[in-house]
Design a protein around this ligand. Structure first.
Ligand SMILES: [Zn+2]
Length: 335
């Protein structure tokens, strides 16, 4: 969290993962075609010719088997101007996104069209594929479209091949060696904390856990949200909470995932801090996962002070205090 003179904190957040899928017989053949400078399309049961080919027929839902070749020239069906390209787009200068119906296809495909200004693009314009100088079997093998004077290509679509059901099974079944496409997915945004949450985060930077009390029902919320969801009134009275609490519910994490920092099994729990009315989620460590139970008394374990920021991660985890378990009646209304 970055701090400023304002009441609120904000922080950049990046959510990212690699989306991985096998290409299968249809898209595998399409990508292989791009590598070889051939545009592969699929014919659907109602006679449409679509590129990139669909893996399953939209009408009958059966696997696509008939592959055909379409031209590398086509016609702009629709377009839009991209005045400010962002990272990862085909150009780092303004360009057009165009829906282009390649000669031989019945449906358009989307790609970038290299043009210096919107005045150089129009619906009905003839364009052709500009191939990448080095082709690897990816959609980026098509660098972009560019204007051309070429008339519609004759003889398209041209027959290519018919996949059998066996192709589909052997190419996607267990142990198959079909290529895998890895697509990195990123979402960058700035999280802006409310004034109440900012107070909570600033408290954490001082080793304190700060909540807020509702003036109507006296419930204490942590982290504070600025209003009581029951009464709909603003909460303003700050309350510093104890660093001890009771496990209300918990889950044992057994599933490994990418980027996991703790070896499973481990426990993520809802902890009702003493003095709070809603539970806070955190890790319970320093005890075997199978010994954790509802009602267990726990305390916050803070990271070394030099590692603190304005973050809930200042608290490394919670651990058992060794006190007798809390009676169910003391937390049954806070589950
Ligand atoms: Zn209330």
């Amino acid at each position: 969290m970055t701090s400023s003179q304002s009441r609120t904190l904000s922080a950049p957040v990046r959510v990212s993962f690699d989306y991985t899928r096998s290409t299968g017989p249809v898209l595998g053949r399409y990508l292989e075609g791009l590598r070889d400078g051939v545009v592969v399309a699929g014919r659907t049961s109602d006679g449409r010719v679509i590129t990139p080919p669909l893996e399953f027929d939209p009408v009958t839902h059966s696997a696509t088997t008939e592959l055909v070749r379409v031209a590398e020239t086509g016609t702009v069906v629709s377009w839009t101007w991209c005045p400010e390209p962002v990272e990862g787009q085909p150009f780092d200068r303004p360009f057009a996104w165009a829906l282009v119906r390649l000669d031989g296809a019945t449906e358009p495909m989307l790609h970038a069209l290299d043009a210096a200004s919107p005045g150089e693009v129009h619906t009905g314009q003839r364009v052709r594929i500009r191939w990448a100088s080095e082709r690897v079997g990816a959609i980026t093998d098509i660098a972009c479209f560019e204007p051309t004077d070429a008339p519609p290509a004759p003889g398209m679509p041209a027959p290519l091949e018919t996949l059998t059901a066996r192709d589909a099974v052997t190419a996607t079944g267990p142990g198959a060696s079909t290529p895998v496409v890895i697509t990195p997915v990123n979402l960058d945004y700035t999280y802006a904390a409310s004034p109440e949450e900012s107070a909570f985060f600033r408290g954490l930077a001082e080793g304190r856990i700060v909540g807020q009390r509702c003036p109507a029902c006296s419930k204490v919320y942590v982290p504070p949200r600025g209003a009581c969801p029951t009464d709909g009134v603003p909460t303003s009275e700050e309350v510093e909470l104890a660093q001890t609490g009771t496990v209300t519910t918990f889950c044992v994490v057994n599933v490994p995932f990418m980027g996991q920092r703790i070896k499973p099994p481990y426990v993520s729990a809802y902890i009702l801090l003493d003095g709070a009315d809603i539970a806070l989620q955190h890790l319970i460590l320093d005890i075997p996962a199978e010994e954790i139970r509802m009602g267990m008394r726990v305390e916050a374990v803070w990271k070394p002070r030099e590692e603190w920021g304005t973050s809930i991660e200042n608290i490394s985890h919670f651990r058992p205090t060794g006190e007798p378990d809390a009676d169910y009646d003391t937390y049954k209304h806070h589950l």
